[in-house]
Design a binder for this molecule. Structure first.
Ligand SMILES: Nc1ncnc2c1ncn2[C@@H]1O[C@H](COP(=O)(O)OP(=O)(O)OP(=O)(O)O)[C@@H](O)[C@H]1O
Length: 586
């Protein structure tokens, strides 16, 4: 780790005033940034450096929220800023990045050796702590065994600030609800004079209210930015109404986005892929890289950038990737049943733009910071608008024109509805655990209904719907007359209405009778291990968190309910491996 002469940068400070010179110096010398990303970032950092107020931050992904607690942590003459993060893999990633910058930081978590943990714990009991950023899961912070360290830091005036990253986890209205985040309010009550910063990328008004009340934030200064991204064109295609097959629609759309439509290049758009020889029809267990070789003759002429096609099941990832290859578009599947080596190869190829499309389950995308994703397609609908917003938001981070398309099909809706309802039905007992599960299942179902409403909406700008869901008044006001050019509704409202009415969508009620749950839903249940649901069937963020939760939980910590959760170690391993590899790629 590079040693940093922090002392030389610290100009003596009166805590009630803020030294702008010193802040700018730390920004340049420690974080290597010439300027702040935005006025909001600068203002939030300035207030955090004053250390007098609680702060609430809701800025889009990639907008530089981490700096809002990292820089103030370095601005303090001494003492520790505790950072609460939901996932050990994320924590380790943050620590590695911070250490590269020479920032003294540490963590106490289950991935660390006991000797390391003991060393840090000993330091935390001391009168002068050199660690500036201490990353913890909420379970660790709130565990009884950690109490003494927290109390010692406070007593020795070494506890400077508590930052809660991914603060939407506090709220059952947030898309990644974590019951253990609720306990953070108690810590806050115990140390009311320690400023708290809550940060999130997607906070609805409800989530905002929850965060403030459940964390007991004291009249926080709010920094909330517009979530409207004009460069993203949102549309919904109604699968039951499409003239051509879904596959052809997808192929043509990809070709259009990447300028692959020159006549010479087109293979045969009307032909469905021929799977009769069995070579391209692969399942998770039979993926072979060699079978995808030379699939493309279109790549050479394409404009730069890449695409993600999110699919609900592993089998769909395989099928779509294979079909696109047959059509001449370089694509690969990505899901948890591939070997780690295969996943590494495929993601590397995609990052280096050797392949155009990655057909992935939601296991792909976390922590990916690729600016020129031109296209994010949801081949299947998401389980919530929040997930859809987050996943589609991976497009166009460089601010250039990009596209977010969602294919809406009745069969998908029925399949997801079936599984969510099943979760609601199960576990109906008075046990505390079941009650929590029921609450989560009900919230998941409500979120899914919002997703359906979005798909079927024909009377409102897509960006406005997203703004109403995720941001506050300013965006809603800004978009009250629509985005004009960045969604299917604003560009062609009549056409959208016509297509929607023609589709079967209107005939199927949400949560149709069991007859409506066709073979598709049963099949979905069987092979949906990577699917979009935040139910117990899924292997998504919540399961990842649960896995982490269990391992980080203090044995006497009163988190017994966590023990009932299934730990999905293979998935955790994937996440860890991904972060480790991205570090190497940087
Ligand atoms: N002032 C700045 N100038 C240039 N780059 C910056 C600045 N602030 C942050 N960044 C960079 O922006 C990138 C995203 O920052 P960060 O990870 O903090 O975003 P975030 O808002 O927390 O995103 P997410 O919600 O996805 O976690 C990082 O590479 C970071 O170094």
């Amino acid at each position: 780790m590079r040693q940093l002469n922090i002392k030389s940068m610290l100009i003596s400070k009166n805590p009630t005033e803020v030294n702008y010179e010193s802040i700018n110096e730390i920004l340049e010398k420690v974080f290597k940034h010439n300027d702040f990303r935005s006025d909001l970032q600068r203002d939030a950092i300035t207030i955090a450096c004053k250390a007098k107020n609680d702060i609430f931050v809701s800025l889009p992904t990639g907008s530089g929220k981490s700096l809002i607690y990292q820089l103030p942590a370095m601005y303090q003459n001494n003492g520790v800023t505790i950072v609460i993060s939901p996932l050990v893999a994320l924590i380790n990633n943050q620590i590695t990045n911070a250490q590269k910058l020479g920032i003294p930081c540490a963590s106490v978590n289950s991935s660390m050796a006991l000797s390391q943990i003991n060393k840090i714990k000993t330091e935390l009991l001391g009168k002068k702590i050199s660690t500036r950023l201490l990353y913890l899961t909420p379970e660790m912070l709130c565990s009884p065994s950690f109490n003494q360290y927290l109390a010692a830091m406070y007593k020795n005036q070494q506890l400077r600030m508590i930052a809660i990253d991914e603060a939407h986890c506090v709220s059952s209205w947030g898309h990644e609800f974590r019951p253990h985040y609720l306990k953070l309010g108690m810590v806050r009550s115990k140390y009311p004079d320690i400023p708290m910063i809550a940060l999130t990328a997607t906070a609805t008004s409800k989530v905002l209210e929850d965060i403030i009340s459940l964390l007991h934030l004291n009249d926080p200064k709010k920094f909330i930015s517009s979530s409207f991204r004009k460069n993203l064109y949102y549309d919904v295609q109604f699968v039951d109404e499409l003239k051509d097959s879904l596959m052809i629609n997808l192929q043509e759309f990809i070709e259009e986005c990447f300028g692959l439509t020159s006549k010479d290049d087109v293979i045969d758009l009307t032909k469905e892929p021929d799977f009769t020889d069995g070579t391209m029809f692969m399942r998770a267990s039979s993926y072979k890289a060699s079978e995808y070789k030379n699939a493309s003759k279109l790549n050479s002429k394409r404009s730069n950038g890449v695409a993600i096609v999110y699919c609900r099941t592993k089998a769909t990832c395989e099928d779509i990737a294979a079909s696109l290859c047959v059509k001449g578009i370089e694509a690969r599947p990505y899901h948890s049943s591939l070997t780690p080596k295969q996943r590494v190869e495929i993601e590397d190829m995609w990052m280096k733009e050797e392949i155009l499309v990655i057909c992935a389950t939601i296991s792909f995308g976390m922590g990916i910071d690729k600016p020129n994703v031109r296209l994010v397609v949801h081949y299947n609908m998401s389980q919530s608008l929040a997930n859809y917003y987050q996943e589609s938001g991976r497009a166009g981070r460089d601010g250039k024109q990009s596209y977010c398309r969602l294919y809406y099909a009745n069969s998908d809706q029925n399949a997801i509805s079936f599984l969510l309802k099943k979760d609601l039905e199960e576990g109906k007992s008075d046990k505390k655990e079941d009650k929590t599960r029921q609450k989560v299942a009900r919230a998941a179902y409500a979120r899914f209904e919002r997703m359906i409403e979005y798909c079927r909406s024909t009377d409102k700008c897509r960006h406005l719907t997203l703004a109403q869901e995720f941001s506050l008044c300013e965006d809603v006001e800004l978009l009250s007359r629509g985005c004009k050019t960045s969604c299917d509704y604003c560009v062609d409202p009549k056409g959208l209405k016509k297509r929607c009415e023609k589709s079967q969508g209107w005939k199927t009620k949400i949560g149709a009778s069991s007859n409506g749950f066709s073979k598709a839903s049963k099949k979905a249940k069987a092979d949906d291990e990577d699917s979009f649901y935040l139910s117990r069937h899924d292997t998504s963020y919540e399961d990842l968190y649960r896995g982490t939760t269990e391992r980080d939980c203090d044995s006497s910590g009163g988190f017994q309910s966590a023990s009932s959760y299934v730990q999905k170690k293979p998935m955790l391993d994937i996440v860890k491996a991904e972060f480790a590899r991205r570090k190497r790629l940087k």
